[in-house]
Design a protein around this ligand. Sequence first.
Ligand code: ATP
Length: 354
Amino acid sequence: MNSLLNVKNIEVHYQGHRALDDVSFHINQGSLVSILGPSGCGKTTLLRAIAGFESITRGEIDLSHRCISRSGFTLPPEQRRIGMVFQDYALFPHLTVSENVSFGLRGLGKKEKTVIADSMLELVGLAQLGRRYPHELSGGQQQRVALARALAPKPDLILMDEPFSNLDVDLRERLSTEVRDILKHQGITGVLVTHDQNEAFAMADHIGVMQHGQLQQWDTPFNLYHEPANRFVADFIGKGIFLPGVMDSHEAIRTEIGLLQGNRAYPWGQGTEVDILIRPDDIVPNPNSGLRGRITAKAFKGAEILYTLKLETGSTVLSLFPSHMDHELGETVGVDLNLEHIVAFARPQRLSGC
Ligand code: ATP
């Protein structure tokens, strides 16, 4: 695969504060990636550095094998062949939809511009709306126009900063899948910044999870969920709890619900205290099981119900039941542990003394 964007050990500082710290990753041509993380972790700063709106103080950014940023050099945004889509659409209210889409096309005649605008509007499913003004469109339609405008100059890369966050949940889901299909069909490489995991999961081939300006893990959605690299990612991605345990050997962990045999060797010796990541889909219903828990909370999810169970052994776990298994709060239900592999983290040592 051909690497299109190469971000190498970059740093960005704001008035002495390091907003990006040694961030590295690369994106292959045609790939869609998402940057995910809590508020203030540096997602927008990373996007702005790639777009050329922020200078980097260390490292290098290459696009199509050409250096576009390094310490002391920032290629201006308009020379980068990068398209951007923002949360607030940023359409010009006094221009028609068609004029908005063709706005960034320089050096072309009116007719050529109209032809490109028409084909872009067709691509995003708005072929009939070119003569309207932005205020005559719904939020979802305005965001499609913003996408058409960003795609019109045929950029090498498209950057999207929370593009769906002004839309309601149903539309967000629909539009994120639609936008993925459009970009994939056109072979366009894209970076989506979001703090919505579902959006990232729906759109991205790879996801970078950030915290405090650092990239914690760069991986497929599947691996982020099933093989989180550290405790932060395990906690941030998906739902789950940590079950305390003690290493019995390099492969087996003693817990309150029995000896759990892992399918891998852990680096910690016998007696090391660990926390085991238990996802809701790891705890499955079994009325005949000896492992029982009392329902302390319940959330209906459509096809499934997410129960919070206080186990008789002491810990609290989450469990997904098929939605027809409708139990009342306070009821006790039987469950089995259905772990395909065991993700565990050594428990941080508490400092002794006062
Ligand atoms: P959110 O999800 O809330 O949009 P984010 O992950 O996109 O957050 P950034 O906007 O990249 O975070 O901000 C990263 C850090 O840099 C934050 O601590 C923020 O306060 C700081 N920061 C961002 N822009 C500036 C600026 N222009 N001047 C000074 N500090 C800034």
